[in-house]
Write a protein that binds this ligand. Structure first.
Ligand code: 5GP
Length: 193
């Protein structure tokens, strides 16, 4: 089977379409994690970005961490940095910060990364589980650029192609690679592009 057909099969078999265009994939990505599938995902991101020099993978807590960590093993053990969603007391004031509106939770929060872990020479691949309107990825791009580092691209496991995320990220001059793109979905049907 073509590698990412495995992901699409999994979405079809185990994904649950919730209200407001939310896809629940708790059984393999957002609550329980299927490590074999994560390895396929990591190696597919490597295949797609193989020509790029990447020394850091940036994601946002919580669900991005597993995908980013497994993916990093395919990029000569690039370091994984994850943005925190609230200001932890021990992070100090030396941080990069950007605002995110959460599509799933309908609230606004800050994404925060310590200045210790992003530097001007870094070549950064941004990874996340979902792309909807592009707010989370845009905040991460903003943080990389605040650090004077380079965004090599954005890698997404599941893109909802009926939302504006890709357009928003490409408008910022950043390449987007999504492993499964949903064209439309209803309670009992999910169609890929
Ligand atoms: P965006 O910032 O692109 O609007 O939304 C992406 C973020 O919201 C991702 O980090 C993901 O956690 C969450 N998200 C957006 N849509 C969905 C969805 O349909 N299902 C799940 N599980 N998470 C989503």
């Amino acid at each position: 089977m073509f590698r990412m057909e495995i992901l699409k099969e999994k979405i079809l078999q185990e994904g649950q379409v919730k209200t407001a265009s939310i896809l629940k994939v708790d059984s393999f990505l957002n609550h329980q994690i299927d490590i074999n599938l994560m390895n396929e995902i990591g190696s597919e991101f490597k295949r797609r970005f193989q020509r790029e020099v990447i020394n850091k993978i940036l994601t946002i807590e919580a669900s991005g961490i597993a995908v980013a960590s497994i993916t990093a093993q395919y990029f000569s053990n690039a370091k994984v940095v994850f943005a925190k969603k609230s200001e932890a007391l021990n992070m100090g004031s030396e941080v990069y910060e950007s605002t995110v509106h959460s599509y799933t939770k309908n609230k606004t929060y800050s994404a925060i990364v310590s200045k210790s872990y992003l530097n001007s020479g870094d070549k950064v691949l941004i990874i996340d589980d979902f792309l909807a309107n592009g707010c989370a990825a845009s905040a991460l791009i903003d943080i990389v650029r605040q650090a004077g580092a380079e965004v090599v691209g954005v890698g997404i496991v599941i893109e909802k192609g009926f939302q504006q995320g890709r357009k928003e990220i490409e408008r910022q001059g950043v390449r987007v690679e999504a492993l499964a793109t949903i064209g439309n979905m209803k309670e009992n049907s999910i169609c890929f592009i």
